[in-house]
Write a protein that binds this ligand. Structure first.
Ligand code: SF4
Length: 195
């Protein structure tokens, strides 16, 4: 919280897409969240990726030159959002956020929204335009370009507003329509009404 305003993390956007209740638990009952083995494996994979990235050219991103900045913390006062970007590539006329993923799948809607959120924050803080970002797969070592459209930007604003409504009013949202996300959910023991 900053003053009375909640500042969310970009990773909350992903959780919110998975199930809005996770955001409620994380902010309204913050003491209950465990660190899972899956999260620790993810952190180790990202560290290895950064070591490799330093040795590579920018060809995976279709670029000949650009300056690489790793683990960049960014924040948007306007959005009330902050996060750490794995990599920001700075060229003469644009800045490009890159997010590393432990997945072979193409970027789904929540990953695209996450890239847009990073882009909006980098733009606000660095004062340079963000037109696109990349999702870099640590498994295939390929980068997928994501165009940061106005629609994606709107989706970020709407999701943050919805998260704020839940947290600041302390209203537990309804569960997702499908119960499939509940099977692997770390909060399932709190959702007696759905399981
Ligand atoms: S158990 Fe299901 S309803 Fe509860 S937080 Fe997890 S995904 Fe949401």
């Amino acid at each position: 919280m900053e003053g009375e305003r909640t500042v969310f993390l970009v990773t909350d956007l992903k959780q919110f897409s998975y199930c809005p209740r996770i955001v409620y638990y994380a902010y309204c009952l913050p003491a209950v969240r465990p660190t899972t083995a899956k999260m620790e494996v993810g952190i180790a994979a990202h560290t290895t990726a950064k070591r490799r990235e330093r040795r590579r050219t920018l060809a995976a991103y279709g670029l000949v030159e650009g300056e690489r900045h790793f683990d960049v913390w960014v924040e948007s006062k306007e959005l009330g959002l902050r996060g750490r970007v794995d990599l920001v590539i700075e060229t003469a006329d644009e800045v490009i956020p890159v997010d590393y993923k432990n997945s072979r799948r193409r970027a789904g809607p929540h990953v695209r929204r996450q890239i847009a959120a990073y882009g909006m924050m980098v733009e606000e803080e660095w004062g340079k335009p963000v037109r696109r970002g990349f999702v870099y797969s640590l498994l295939t070592r390929r980068a997928e370009e994501i165009i940061v459209t106005e629609r994606l930007r709107r989706g970020v604003r709407e999701a943050v507003a919805a998260m704020r409504e839940i947290v600041e009013r302390e209203r537990m949202p309804a569960p997702p329509r499908s119960r499939r996300p509940c099977v692997d959910c770390e909060f399932r023991r709190f959702c007696n009404d759905v399981l």
